[in-house]
Structure formats: structure tokens, C-alpha cells
Design a protein around this ligand. Structure first.
Ligand SMILES: CC(C)(COP(=O)(O)OP(=O)(O)OC[C@H]1O[C@@H](n2cnc3c(N)ncnc32)[C@H](O)[C@@H]1OP(=O)(O)O)[C@@H](O)C(=O)NCCC(=O)NCCS
Length: 200
């Protein structure tokens, strides 16, 4: 669907949808414009989502107990790259409230030789929204944004031992590599980093 700004949105009602008293709530996945990186409300929702997902054990760069200041620093770095147009941020948004409840980023590589593909990073949905179709809607929105950029394939890495590979396989990704013990979650808890790819 084309929004009023000409940007494509991926819309869905998921099992997470709860009808309001007069208006049915729905979820929309959309790529944000670079200038939205300065939106304080968007930043607040993104930070709350990232902290809450991490505290719940999500594999998005942090382990509990989570330092919100460290997440805020990572978020500001992410938003800097969105503002400059280097990376593309896709958000999952509740309508009509506009509250952001999920995100994913298309991260550009550093050399021209890799310009035909990007890496999906920081894919997450608020804990209370998980397991009912929101992640599928969000990742399909990321795929739509990638196609709009003319990309040919996407890559991502998954923290082993989290049971995440089947989610990505359901959405078309295949494992293409694995670095044993790459991630030290805690002393004595090393995990593989699994590489996955998907053609668009
Ligand atoms: C990963 C994540 C985004 C998935 O979102 P979700 O809303 O829970 O997933 P969905 O309910 O949309 O599931 C989509 C499909 O994957 C399947 N699926 C999801 N998780 C699965 C799992 N652990 N094992 C097997 N299948 C799974 C669902 O059955 C569904 O299949 P279907 O649509 O064909 O019926 C979400 O769980 C999350 O935010 N996790 C924490 C953050 C994180 O670890 N992100 C991964 C970074 S690599």
C-alpha cells in the first residue's frame, strides 16, 4: 500500500489485534523517512521497545540486566545512520494510536561491491506482541522496503540457542554459515552465530 508520503506500508490485522470501543486497532509496518530520526516520540517508543525486549531475553545486542543508557547510546547511533540516509529503519506501528511496537533495520555495507544486498539487524517486536503474527508482518515490511531500494538479497545473523532459526526459515531465509562460539553471553555460555540469507 502507498501512504500519503508515497512510502509503501505493509498492513495487517494479527491475532494480537484487539478491537477498541469504536475503532479496530491494526498494525502497520513502514519505512521511516530520514528526517523522522529527530522525532522525540519515535525515539521514546523505540527505546522502550529495545529495553523491554532485551530485558525479556531477546537477542538484540544486550543481555539482562539491561543498562538503558547503553541501549540509548546504541539507538542514537542507529538513528544517526537513518538520519544520514545510510540505513533504513522499518517500524511496526499500532494504528490509530501511532505507537511503535517493533523495529528492524536495513544496514548498508561499507563497500560498493556489496551495494546489491543489505544486512537485517535489530529485528524485534514488543514482548507482549510476540508469537501472534506481528514479527511476520514486520519482516515482510522490511522485505518490501528492501525491494523498494532495488536490493537483490538480505543477510542476517542469529544468536544460536534462542530457537530463532525456524522463524526466519518460515520467512524464506536459509542458513549459509555458522561461527562456533562467536557470542559470549556469559562466562561458560558461548553461543554460535548463525548466518542466514534470503533472495528477494
Ligand atoms: C523474533 C521475533 C521478531 C518474531 O516475532 P513474532 O511476532 O514472535 O513472530 P510471528 O508470530 O510473526 O511468527 C511468524 C512465523 O514464524 C513462526 N515462528 C516464530 N517463532 C518461532 C519459533 N521460535 N520456532 C518456530 N517457528 C516460529 C510462527 O509460527 C509463524 O509461522 P507462520 O506465520 O507460518 O504461522 C520476536 O519473537 C522478537 O522480537 N524476539 C525478541 C528479539 C529477537 O530475538 N530478535 C531476533 C534478532 S536475530
Amino acid at each position: 500500500m502507498e501512504s500519503s508520503t508515497g512510502r509503501r506500508t505493509t498492513t495487517g490485522t494479527t491475532a494480537a489485534t484487539t478491537p477498541g470501543p469504536t475503532t479496530e486497532e491494526r498494525l502497520v509496518a513502514r519505512a521511516v523517512a530520514p528526517q523522522e530520526a529527530d522525532d522525540a516520540g519515535l525515539r521514546r517508543d523505540l527505546l522502550a521497545t529495545w529495553v523491554d525486549v532485551s530485558e525479556a531475553g531477546g537477542a538484540v545486542g544486550f543481555v539482562p540486566p539491561v543498562d538503558p543508557a547503553a541501549v540509548a547510546s546504541a539507538l542514537d547511533h542507529l538513528l544517526d545512520r537513518v538520519r544520514s540516509g545510510t540505513d533504513v529503519l522499518v517500524v511496526l506501528q499500532e494504528e490509530p494510536s501511532g505507537r511503535v511496537v517493533g523495529l528492524g533495520v536495513l544496514v548498508r555495507g561499507t563497500v560498493a561491491l556489496t551495494a546489491h544486498w543489505r544486512t537485517v539487524r535489530r529485528l524485534m517486536v514488543r514482548p507482549e506482541r510476540q508469537g501472534r503474527g506481528a514479527g511476520r508482518l514486520l519482516l515482510e515490511g522490511v522485505h518490501d522496503a528492501a525491494r523498494d531500494l532495488g536490493l537483490e538479497q538480505l543477510a542476517l545473523t542469529v544468536r544460536g540457542g534462542q530457537g530463532l532459526e525456524p522463524f526466519y526459515e518460515r520467512l524464506g531465509y536459509v542458513e549459509c554459515g555458522r561461527m562456533p562460539g562467536a557470542l559470549r553471553i556469559a562466562p561458560g555460555d558461548d553461543r554460535d552465530e548463525v548466518q542466514m540469507v534470503r533472495r528477494l
